[in-house]
Design a protein around this ligand. Sequence first.
Ligand code: SF4
Ligand code: SF4
Length: 378
Amino acid sequence: MSENKKLTSRMLKGLAKKIGGCGEGGEIVGVAPISRFSEAPERMHPLNIFPDCKSVISIVMPIPRSAYRGITEGTHWNNYTYYSYNRLNTVFRPIVTDELARFIEAHGFEAVPVYPGVVEMYQENPDPVPGRPVPDVNINVRIAAMACGLGEIGWSKVFLHPVFGPRVRIGNILTDAELEADPLIKPGTICKRCMKCVPDCPGNAIPGKDGSKITIKIDDQEYSWGDVHMGRCTATHHGINYKCSPFLKRYFPGLNLDIENTNMSEELAYKITHALGGASWYRPNPEFPGKMVNPYIKQIMTHCGYMANCGAKGCIRSCMEFQEKAHNIEQDEFKTPVFPGPKWKLQPPEADETGGIVEKKALTEFFQDPDIDAGQWS
Ligand code: SF4
Ligand code: SF4
């Protein structure tokens, strides 16, 4: 058997910076010994994916701050979903993970690149083989990044980085190389419990400061964050909360679901939002001219598989606003504030003086058009 070549955390960090292209600002790679996962549940434990794992590596890549423009203006949604969610998570960020994994393998160690799947799924389902964990073990990438000393999970459940604040995406590699570990960042270093994220979440998904929270221990540090209501968050983020979705108002005029108080599960919210976003209707009419129930969402869903509708207004943008104003993160200063204008939210349909988007006049004209046989719609 051939000898492993020398491999250090420093070598990996240097390579990541070269490929990741984040300038001089901030560390984008962190390393944890597997012992920091001793409290992890079976379904999230790295050893259940790679039993020889000795070190867990986390890699973050920043979301471009300007990608929220357009949503902040209330005019354009595709950029954020496409570049900063979908492609950042599925293409740009994994390029660094993939290069590092191959670099580690070139030194004779194994390197399991882990796709950041949804760990909350299927919690209630029994294990199909007694004594064995479910086949869909997934690492919680935010907890892993904390264990790797790259930042901490804020009250909003979003991972916060000392330089980029709440705007990062995360990837992981599991390796049997024993690498030098990074120190943990102390709880409360980045999340100052300002609670700005709470009222700005259009879904009322982030609990107030006395609400329920999740607490975990990593080595001697205890980290807590709000127990975010994932049904409300998913329903809002994926487009059925009128407050932040002009598409809902445009294509479902009058629909007012009480998302802020709903107790629907995350899974149900996914089922409803994705079914509506991708659905077609059998006959066009002047109120809903195309066959797609929601053409705009269908368009972006075709490219991304979903639509990030609320633009993370509370959990990312308001936190970003706080972090920048408080000079609590080390990113370069921007001339323009995170919210350059007022923070908008839409009126409930019943308070909307248009009564919906399509004017009655348009309907009347449509049925008077001699080229249209109105009878076919009856
Ligand atoms: S993604 Fe939107 S709904 Fe979910 S917590 Fe963030 S601001 Fe609230
Ligand atoms: S806005 Fe950010 S810093 Fe403030 S409580 Fe929320 S997560 Fe913490």
